[in-house]
Design a protein around this ligand. Structure first.
Ligand code: FE
Ligand code: FE
Length: 168
């Protein structure tokens, strides 16, 4: 987006911009997830991060597919929101001394990222349908479902013991 020009004129432009934003976010998460897995103490949490890393690589590929379906080249634009979430995660987890408390902090950070993705993909699915692109919507919906499942899994991990261990 230009500083003095307004590049987003149509709903379609806005859709493409948001695709470029989430494309950047997914790529940043591909870099962040291995670090989170490395920091995780609980084995299920570690495996969860690694499993979602593989899914996230698939999210990048799906977005490239949507760009292609839409007839444009994949391009990423900086997403300050995800940069902020990842930066905050690094800061907080860097401050935690106790391993079990660290796991709780990692879940907290990961869920912030998942919720960001859920809001973006939710909008993208709705917009794709509105623009008459049910084909794009279907691809984006697959990723949305995986993000929601990941968020649920993180809640289960937190509630099934990690929070308890962190608090004891
Ligand atoms: Fe994702
Ligand atoms: Fe995700």
């Amino acid at each position: 987006m230009g500083l003095f020009t307004r590049d987003i004129k149509t709903m379609d432009d806005l859709f493409v911009h948001q695709l470029q934003d989430i494309y950047y976010a997914e790529k940043q998460l591909v870099k962040a997830l291995p670090k989170m897995a490395e920091k995780a103490n609980d084995n299920q949490l570690k495996q969860g991060f690694l499993g979602h890393l593989e899914q996230t690589k698939g999210h990048v590929t799906r977005l490239e597919q949507v760009f292609q379906m839409h007839g444009i080249a994949p391009k990423a634009v900086t997403c300050p929101a995800i940069d902020g979430i990842i930066e905050e995660a690094d800061e907080v987890t860097g401050e935690v001394a106790d391993k079990q408390v660290l796991d709780a902090a990692l879940i907290n950070a990961a869920q912030a990222a998942e919720h960001y993705e859920i809001t973006r993909y939710g909008t993208l699915v709705t917009w794709a349908k509105r623009l008459g692109r049910n084909d794009c919507a279907a691809v984006l919906q697959k990723t949305l479902d995986e993000e929601k499942a990941t968020d649920k899994k993180l809640t289960q991990l937190a509630e099934s013991g990690i929070n308890l261990k962190a608090a004891s």
